[in-house]
Design a protein around this ligand. Structure first.
Ligand SMILES: C[S@@+](CC[C@H](N)C(=O)[O-])C[C@H]1O[C@@H](n2cnc3c(N)ncnc32)[C@H](O)[C@@H]1O
Length: 209
């Protein structure tokens, strides 16, 4: 495992309870994210393959949302403490420790992958391989919804996220990388949540060609 992944894992292991208490109900006050996830779920159901991975699931709250939206959802995360928490919080659902870079999923098995702010810590040079791995597990026409901190800068910008170093991305650059992995971005929602950092909340919905 790369050193930065070790650091990310240790950092999230150390903030599980705080993170879970801050984010468990977050979607209720995030109408844009909630509706993008709703659209993703509807489109995945339409593919006829409801099996979906929530990669970098953290405490599992969005895995539960996907389940409630009629999907056969399971969660994967690098942090064992996050996985423990998710299992306790959602005992009816399946959560496993795994890296997004090497998903324990067969080729073409999934109708969808949700990556909600979980690729933010990946160094830009590693993102093409990470996206190719998500494409590998998608069935033809499968969907990826990826959410991240957006920037108006022309290239990704490293910043000191509260948990671990992270990168904000211009949506166009991210969409180019998705295209390189065979994923066509067909919907994008960028909005200013008036955060003190001034990031754009960015959600890209892509389909495997
Ligand atoms: C900002 S949190 C987002 C959690 C959840 N998706 C949410 O939206 O609340 C990032 C999560 O991604 C996980 N993560 C980061 N890098 C990962 C990787 N390479 N493989 C798997 N999980 C990773 C972290 O452990 C953490 O739980």
């Amino acid at each position: 495992m790369a050193e930065h992944q070790d650091e990310t894992r240790a950092a999230y292991d150390g903030v599980v309870e705080l993170y879970a208490s801050m984010f468990a109900d977050r979607l209720e006050t995030r109408p844009f994210a909630r509706n993008m996830i709703g659209a993703f779920a509807e489109l995945v159901r339409g593919t006829g393959n409801p099996r979906v991975a929530d990669v970098g699931c953290g405490p599992g709250h969005l895995t539960a949302v996907l389940h409630d939206l009629g999907l056969d959802a399971f969660g994967l995360d690098l942090s064992p403490a996050m996985v423990d928490h998710a299992r306790r919080a959602h005992p009816a659902l399946t959560f496993d420790e795994a890296r997004m870079e090497a998903l324990p999923v067969e080729d073409g098995a999934l109708g969808g992958v949700l990556a909600h702010y979980s690729m933010i810590h990946t160094p830009p040079g590693e993102l093409p391989a990470l996206l190719a791995e998500q494409a590998r597990v998608l069935a033809p026409e499968g969907l990826l919804l990826v959410s991240f901190f957006g920037t108006d800068a022309p290239e990704p910008v490293r910043f000191d996220h509260k948990v671990a170093p992270a990168y904000s991305w211009p949506a166009d650059r991210f969409a180019e990388l998705l295209a390189g992995a065979g994923l066509v971005t067909f919907a994008r929602l960028l909005h200013d949540p008036s955060s003190e950092r001034g990031f754009l909340d960015s959600h890209l919905l892509a389909r495997l060609r």
